[in-house]
Write a protein that binds this ligand. Structure first.
Ligand SMILES: Nc1ncnc2c1ncn2[C@@H]1O[C@H](COP(=O)(O)OP(=O)(O)OP(=O)(O)O)[C@@H](O)[C@H]1O
Length: 503
């Protein structure tokens, strides 16, 4: 037991300045000048009064003398503290403060080393613990019924589906096959299921990345992404299930993606009452269109700002990966190509995964010569430097610019129109102003030219080559401060619609 005690300080008197021990009355420790201001304050009410004899201490009113078992600890602590802080000359204290300040700035600079550590070492285990406790990580194949096939990507096939209610009998469960889910009133909780392809090279790895990213964004920016419910492994082979195959599950967020709405002949009016709860009165059609498009762009860029702030670059921003909910929220989906540059997750230097129609000219989020990421903690420590030097978030901002152009200019919504635009843009060095001069496609730019061309100005600052220090485009946060979004009537209309809905 004795060996656990800190080393005894031979005499407290020898370790304290004269002023500490010459006082005839006990003096609060926090008034001693050798302690810098913050430390004195932090000691505040806590600690010690030194008694008339230095071998006697009063702690929080508790009298400690040498017979008290706590005495050696306090004595030792005091001596150490005095040695560390009291011994520092004034100039060193400033150095310590400046160092602490700079470290704080570094650790909290984008993409946030400190918050990343909190997320990785506290929030992620907490989420896992809580989910396991609530049974959210124990999804089973029998919990779901699979419906219509919605799409197929490189590593997965997407289906609509539903959660099978607990009270459904085995017969009902069997009978459910072959029925259209949306007609079946028993299946109220609709989901999206993604079957990770079995036997396709790299599919399993992509599925694991997508799962990891979905958990990560559900902590970092839950309101910006489709709600992820978890994953399960099929335990037998039947209909679409293959034994051992992995499935990812999301809440069904809405019937259509932005691409579906953009394919409609009456876009953007087909989104007007979903976004604003009503038809915008007293405005001509160009102004109405402009307000709807601005509200969509505001939501997309706000979501990008949130994910970029945590070090994630989506890398596949396009209308098909933006789901519109019934309440008019635009949610990001499909994080299969995302990369987390805080820790280098899913970052392979020369792998570009994007849809070429939305891909910026640089093709990769980081220069090709960027090496493979080091182990995660080291990558995290270096990430603010990497981010400052390369601004990888501007990759997504280019794609967002293309989405803006497509929404605002009807002729760019078709696949052929977009391809033609992209090749013209390439020919003019990705300079939108030059494109405007030289294009033969006679685009209708009225929506972007409204309000002294604020929309056009924003588009030119999103669609461009990378400039000096790999900047040259607006980040999501800077884009939201652009005059296009400032005082945007779309916000007023959205707020009004919410007020109307709550009345
Ligand atoms: N949570 C969701 N809520 C509603 N619909 C969704 C959801 N997730 C996906 N979808 C629909 O499924 C389609 C395909 O999803 P997703 O893009 O994730 O799959 P994918 O396999 O990567 O396909 P692709 O490579 O073609 O984009 C989307 O375009 C969207 O219409």
């Amino acid at each position: 037991m004795a060996s656990l005690l800190p080393p005894r300080v031979p005499s407290l008197r020898n370790n304290l300045p004269v002023s500490w021990i010459s006082s005839s009355k006990p003096t609060p420790l926090n008034q001693f000048s050798p302690f810098p201001e913050p430390l004195r304050r932090s000691r505040g009410r806590c600690c010690a009064l030194i008694g008339d004899s230095p071998e006697e201490l009063l702690v929080n009113g508790l009298h400690l003398d040498e017979s008290n078992p706590l005495f050696p600890y306090l004595q030792y602590g005091l001596a150490q503290l005095q040695r560390v802080v009291g011994g520092l000359p004034e100039i060193d204290r400033w150095e310590v403060l400046v160092f602490a300040g700079l470290s704080w700035i570094y650790l909290t600079a984008r993409p946030g080393v400190l918050i990343g550590a909190v997320d990785a070492y506290i929030l992620a285990p907490l989420q896992l613990g809580l989910d396991s406790l609530l049974g959210r990580r124990n999804l089973k194949m029998s919990d779901f019924v699979v419906g219509e096939r919605l799409g197929e990507g490189s590593f997965g096939i997407v289906y609509s589906g539903a959660i099978v209610p607990k009270n459904l009998s085995v017969e009902d469960r069997l009978e459910k096959r072959g029925r259209r889910l949306e007609m079946d009133k028993r299946f109220k909780e609709k989901v999206i299921l993604k079957k990770v392809k079995v036997g396709t090279v790299g599919a399993e790895e992509c599925g694991d990345f997508e799962e990891w990213f979905n958990y990560r964004v559900s902590r970092a920016a839950p309101e910006s992404c489709a709600k992820f419910l978890g994953s399960f492994i099929a335990d037998k082979t039947s209909s679409q299930f293959t034994k051992g195959g992995k499935w990812l599950v999301w809440k069904y967020e809405g019937d259509s993606s932005l691409a579906d709405y953009m394919n409609g002949r009456n876009f953007p009016f087909n989104l007007e009452s979903i976004m604003f709860g009503r038809i915008l009165q007293g405005l001509d059609s160009i102004k109405r269109s402009a307000l709807i498009i601005k509200q969509i762009m505001r939501q997309i860029i706000t979501s990008l700002r949130r994910i970029h702030a945590t070090g994630i670059v989506h890398r596949d921003i396009k209308p098909a990966n933006l789901v519109v909910t019934r309440k008019g929220q635009i949610k990001l989906i499909d994080f299969g190509a995302a990369t987390d540059l805080r820790i280098g997750k899913n970052y392979v230097p020369d792998r570009g995964l994007l849809d070429p129609d939305y891909c910026p000219p640089e093709l990769y989020v980081l220069p090709e010569e960027t090496p493979q990421p080091p182990p995660e903690p080291i990558a995290a420590i270096l990430s603010p430097i990497l981010w400052q030097l390369n601004s990888p978030d501007l990759f997504d901002m280019y794609s967002a610019g293309i989405v803006l152009m497509q929404m605002a200019i009807p002729t760019l919504r078709s696949s052929a129109g977009l391809k033609n635009f992209n090749s013209e843009l390439k020919a003019v060095g990705y300079d939108l102003n030059k494109w405007r001069e030289y294009t033969r496609s006679r685009p209708d730019l009225r929506i972007l030219d409204l309000d002294s061309g604020r929309g056009w100005d924003l588009a030119t600052k999103l669609i461009s080559e990378r400039g000096f220090l790999r900047r040259g485009r607006l980040s999501a946060a800077a884009a939201l401060r652009h005059p296009y979004f400032l005082l945007g009537g779309d916000q007023a209309a959205a707020v009004l619609s919410k007020l109307n809905l709550t009345n």
